[in-house]
Design a protein around this ligand. Sequence first.
Ligand code: PMP
Length: 448
Amino acid sequence: PYDKVLEIRKENISPAVVTYYKKPVLIHQGHMQWLFDWEGRRYLDLIAGIVTVSVGHCHPKVTVAAQKQLARLWHTTNIYLHPKIHEYAEKLTALLPEHLKVVYLTNSGSEANDLAMLMARLYTKNFDMIHFRGGYHGGSPYALGLTAVGFYKQGLANGFGCHTTMCPDVFRGPWGGSHCRDSPVQTTRHCSCAPGSCQANDKYVDQLKETLNTCVPKGIAGFIAEPIQGSGGSVQYPKGFLKEAYKLIRERGGVCIADEVQTGFGRTGSHFWGFQGHGVVPDIVTMAKGIGNGFPMGAVVTTTEIARSMSQALHFNTFGGNPVACAVGSAVLDAIEEDGLQKNSEVVGTYLLLELAKLRDEFEIVGDVRGKGLMVGVEMVTDQESRQPLPPEEVSQIWEDCKDMGVMIGKGGVYGQVFRIKPPMCITTEDVDFGVAVLREALGRHME
Ligand code: PMP
């Protein structure tokens, strides 16, 4: 059916929906960290449906939970009580700091961020939001205004009537040593600052102060940041930066929102939530993607006080918190715990980062290897001295070669120059050996 599917895709699906690869792969089946195409070829999935298949494709326990609920009750909306939503809310909030205890279930990450922004504005009675260049927070009209990557904006300058305020420039990361950012990979080559005094941090804090003083002197509604930027290319902030940013925002009356859509649910390894790795405590946490292992769902969790600011008006969504999503979400939390997936992210993620760092030492075009746990980026450059992004056609060729050798990798970064490696969290060190060997072979071919 390949040609037929491709024809329908071209004719009947919006061209704004992109497909990976010159010859897109027709996926037929998935099992844990593996995907199988229509002809039965097997691929190691190192991008997990854009960081979404958290516990593994068709994870048996999650599949059974979904099947059981499908046979009992699909949908009522929230106009009736049903046990699954309450069971899920209790389980989810138990994983968050105590003051974050009010849950609003959504269908996606964009919707969660829209809602978080609405809450921040209602609560503070201010309007402006602070967000970072290179951040991605969604494609819906509100969230698009927070997404500071031009090519998502369809040529409209700042989203659709959504006024947000830019944004210090953290988009290619500090390129610092491991004393500057929280990663097992040493990158002393480009780092000129002494341990304990990161110049990148000082620079970004100054930029943020400047933005706050000049653009929003009268106060702000909120600040949103991914604990590690995802689509922006696995960008990590210098150590201590987010803590400083939260302090500056709160001094001006804003609330702090952690976008955990990619970093949540144990992916960063050392912690269940990305914000915990920065020693900060948000006022609102948004989540999606890995929350449902591929089942469409999202959530906003906040404080009683902030939640109350919305309660004068009805905010309704039809599908949020439906019984099947809640059953799936609950089984995903069980699988993370029972399969030890947060620990696996830490152990296998560290192994992956160190193996990839060898490629950086072997190939001049591998500019940076960064990340934490199974949230990893490999930045491609023309050479390690100039650090200019490798042209997109060259990045794509390496990426296509990896696919042809059975390894699917993600791509991101504001210049499309970063390979994103964020597999299902059940991946093993043997899989890493295979994935890295394939990438090494593809890089070698490129240098020939
Ligand atoms: N926030 C982040 C950090 C994301 O990566 C994404 C999706 N790429 C979103 C929000 C939006 O989520 P969704 O696509 O489910 O609307």
